[in-house]
Write a new protein. Sequence first.
Length: 219
Amino acid sequence: MKVCLDPGHGGRDPGACVAGVSEAGINLSVARLTAGRLRDARCETLLTREIDVYRSLGDRAAEANDWGADLFLSIHCNWAVSDAASGFEVWTSRGDTGADWFATLLFTTLQGEFPSSPARADYGDGDPDKERDLTVLVRTGMPAVLIELGFLSNSSERAALRNVDIQDRFAAALARGVLLGVGGPETGGPGAVCEARHARLLEQLRVISGQLSGLLREF
Ligand SMILES: [Zn+2]
């Protein structure tokens, strides 16, 4: 399983900035922590940026495509004019996409980890994700989801988002969502992700070799 993590913003684009706290740094920290947890579960991970550097949205999507990611997860923090706005959001591109199941899983694991944080859902189409044709969601060729962890414009959420222990809880929730989606630790041990992939490949090889020997007999 290859999971591309996309820490939003970076470099000359700090993202939302409030009281000296910028979104880009929090996004990168949570992405690194999530990648660590996924690697522990024997997933391959790629970060679209490893440091505080600017990358265009198109480049991020292209890198995920070129690498052959199975899942794409963009990590952001939110901002609103009202400092009362709070809670997390999960976004996919418009309509029924291949990412809806992934978004619902992530929504569920975030809700489980932070039961008191408002889950800002849109059940208009039957599932909790919000929908918008964001560049990294429409240009990626695999299930792609964007997470808004919380609001930097809300002082208590801002303090929480800066806290490394809380960042690690976000990472735990995101990694759990990814792994649940592919039969990870919760459904059969840390190796289940790779084992399932290998089993599929072996089955495909078996079918192909059967077809080949049939062809050779005819020849
Ligand atoms: Zn952002």
